[in-house]
Ligand binder design. Structure first.
Ligand code: SAM
Length: 272
């Protein structure tokens, strides 16, 4: 049976809950989209409608359903070497500075594609003597579901379409028979990347300092004040002189001081 429509007051309640808890910003225009994303889930749970669903996720005893709602309302879309200019920029910066120790943070890592792309780049750079052997990467996201998958490092081949054949050979294992069409990142890279859950809209404990932070394609979910607060919070973990990346489509970060733009979506933290 089709669900009754999502009433305005229920929608506002949902929007307020998502904004207060995880910073997501939903305008009135997004109501049809939100309704269509949640409907199949509500029907699957056998609930009477949107009101019952919002009551469930607003309560303490939701059996993990709040997290599921966040997953349904955001997109985890990601792939290896997305926006390659950022990886090229990092490579030329590191080739110039030749650091012996490096810490990088993929701050909305989704399934880990970004973090493992960075690990391939750093492994190559170590191999050619341009950086030292002491490097590691932290990947964080709010969604436990994507993090569980990130730790395994298994992907449909298509997600690695921008990985060069040499890197595929060097750093990935191809599945066969039941796993045909899947690729796993090799253990020697997986052990360089740690994943953990982190809500960017809550205070961040001491994680850094990092030499570069990738905060790409997540700011789009936030309204301007939340965007600014998230960026300022993340920047406390970046060392002066370190590189900061947002999605190229996310543009300038309004209100944030202390960043020098160096390329589309790429900045250097001032104060080095
Ligand atoms: C589109 S993916 C971006 C993945 C990767 N950075 C990239 O550019 O390909 C956005 C991710 O942000 C995460 N996210 C949304 N709100 C968040 C929050 N408040 N704290 C941490 N992560 C969040 C989502 O779970 C999702 O995995």
């Amino acid at each position: 049976m089709p669900l009754q429509e999502l009433h305005e007051d229920t929608y506002l309640q949902l929007a307020e809950l998502m904004h207060a808890s995880v910073g997501l910003s939903f305008s009135t225009a997004k109501k049809p989209l939100i309704a269509s994303r949640l409907a199949p889930r509500i029907q699957r749970l056998g609930l009477s409608g949107y009101e019952a669903y919002v009551d469930l996720i607003a309560g303490c005893d939701d059996g993990g359903e709040f997290q599921m709602a966040v997953d349904l309302l955001t997109t985890n879309e990601t792939y290896f070497f997305r926006e390659p200019a950022h990886f090229d920029l990092l490579e030329s910066e590191l080739s110039r500075t030749r650091p012996q120790r490096l810490r990088l943070w993929s701050a909305a890592s989704s399934f880990g594609d970004e973090a493992y792309s960075l690990s391939m780049l750093l492994a190559d750079m170590q191999q050619t003597g341009r950086i030292g052997a002491d490097w590691s990467i932290l990947g964080t996201d709010i969604s436990e579901r994507v993090l569980r998958s990130a730790v395994e490092g298994i992907y449909p081949e298509d997600r690695l379409r921008h990985v060069t054949p040499e890197r595929l050979k060097r750093y990935c294992l191809r599945g066969s028979e039941g796993s045909a069409g899947l690729v796993q990142v090799q253990e020697r890279l997986r052990e360089r990347v740690r994943f953990g859950q982190l809500n960017l809209c809550r205070p961040v404990e001491e994680l850094g300092p990092f030499d570069a932070v990738f905060l790409r394609n997540v700011l789009i979910y936030f309204d301007p004040p939340t965007k600014q607060a998230v960026v300022e919070r993340v920047l406390t973990q970046l060392r002066p002189g370190g590189l900061f990346f947002v999605g190229t489509a996310e543009g300038r970060v309004p209100g944030v001081r202390g960043l020098t733009p160096i390329a589309p979506g790429a900045f250097r933290k001032e104060g080095a």
